[in-house]
Design a protein around this ligand. Structure first.
Ligand code: CTP
Length: 403
């Protein structure tokens, strides 16, 4: 793993975990990263700027109003210089300011002025972390494409035990290194489908499912980071297009997704089907809102089966390398292997869904199967899991083309 010459802007906000960020600068420099540290005013109450200056070998900035520093590398240049911004620790206060787009100090101004991907490593008391305000701010940032690293659970400096510990320095460093990708899909065209599909009943109602689209979006991002040219075909989700994705096509129904994926597949090397495609659609879509009859008779909907996108592709004489997903509530391995052979897939990534697992959770675990092998990818954040899955897909794809 290397971060050689990578330009990392480390933002340090006010929290006791700031002491761990000293170690983080050392670990980043071990991998030859070029690190500049920007502190909030509160952070200087925990660790001095001199400490970070000595560790990074660069002057440390705190204030937006430092005339001397602005004359050297101004804040806009610093914002442009950064390839990644990592805020560690990210306090509840800075998460709130970022979520509201404030630019009331140097660090928040840099975050607005920079196009670099933003990573935040929250660190705070477990009660604060659980607070609805903090969770809403975090969700806002996540929806905007900010990458959340942690927090972890465990003993806290305040004596509490719970969620809110900052990740360890080596974990943050590894996440940043991974974010630059390994080029394993360089030169390849990859289609990723993501999210649910909605099958309309009438102008106000539909049949949908609980897929959030997060896993598929993470897979699209990981494929882009691995150097692929990515087309993301997304069902109805409210997620920002991940950085590096070449094209996004928004669809609503399974039939639309089928048409878009088949059209794109002619040019593609790999299709990763992370979407939770609705299996059935109403035979008829009512032009007007269906009315209650109030006679206790109920309502029967006649449904017909949607086309199977993966099966349609595998039936074609030439088609991309096909990777399916299987979200199951029971007998995960056996259902997944059945789908692998029934749909004629090259690989399938299976996971258990249900209580706290799968669709709506921030992390996930996968078991990946192919004709003559399998691997378990244990539970981690979806972004990291997607990266590990892409590594597997790249390996199997190359092996299939070599053989
Ligand atoms: N899939 C597809 N087209 C469909 C339905 C599913 O391409 N019409 C893909 C999904 O994107 C996923 C895989 O098939 O990659 C498995 O989806 P899943 O819903 O688990 O499989 P089904 O075949 O629908 O089986 P079941 O609902 O009976 O579990």
């Amino acid at each position: 793993m290397s971060l050689a010459q990578r330009r990392i802007l480390l933002g340090v906000s006010g929290g006791i975990a700031a002491y761990k960020s000293c170690e983080l600068v050392r670990r980043l420099r071990d991998l030859d990263a070029d690190v500049r540290v920007v502190m909030t005013e509160s952070a200087t109450h925990f660790v001095s700027a001199t400490t970070f200056q000595a560790l990074s070998g660069q002057s440390v900035r705190v204030s937006l109003w430092d005339a001397q520093a602005e004359a050297a590398m101004g804040h806009i240049e610093l914002a442009r210089w950064a390839e990644r911004i990592l805020i560690a620790p990210a306090s509840a206060d800075i998460l709130a300011r970022l979520a509201h787009g404030l630019a009331d100090d140097l660090l928040t101004t840099l975050c607005l002025a920079s196009a670099a991907p933003l990573y935040v490593a929250p660190a705070m008391n477990q009660q604060m972390w659980a607070h609805a305000s903090v969770q809403t701010n975090v969700e806002t940032l996540r929806q905007r494409g900010v990458h959340l690293l942690g927090p972890a659970s465990g003993d806290q400096a305040c004596g509490d035990v719970g969620n809110g510990r900052m990740l360890e320095a080596h974990e943050l460093r590894d996440a940043l290194a991974a974010s630059f990708g390994d080029g394993s899909l360089a030169g390849l065209k990859v289609i990723v489908s993501a999210g649910p599909t909605y099958e309309d009943i009438d102008p106000v109602r539909f049949i949908g499912n609980r897929s959030s689209g997060r896993m598929g979006f993470a897979v699209a991002q990981a494929a882009a980071l691995a150097g692929a040219q990515v087309t993301l075909v997304a069902g109805p989700v409210s997620l920002a297009t991940p950085a590096g994705v070449t094209q996004r096509i928004d669809v609503r129904s399974a039939a639309q997704m089928h048409a878009e994926v088949l059209a794109a597949a002619a040019q593609a090397d790999i299709y990763i089907a992370a979407a939770a495609v609705g299996d059935f659609r109403p035979n008829e879509v009512s032009a007007h809102k269906l009315k209650k009859t109030c006679d206790g008779a109920g309502l029967s909907l006649q449904l017909s089966e949607n086309p199977d996108i993966l099966a349609s592709l595998s039936a074609q004489p030439t088609h991309p390398f096909l990777v399916g997903f299987a979200a199951e509530t029971q007998d995960v391995a056996s259902y997944a292997k059945q789908k692998l052979s029934r749909k004629g897939l090259d690989m399938i990534a299976a996971n258990q869904v249900g209580e706290g697992l799968g669709f709506e959770a921030a992390d996930n675990a996968l078991s990946v199967y192919w004709a003559d092998g399998s691997i378990d990818l244990p539970r981690v954040a979806k972004a990291e899991l997607a990266r590990q899955l892409i590594t597997q897909v790249a390996q199997r794809y190359r092996a299939s083309r070599a053989g």
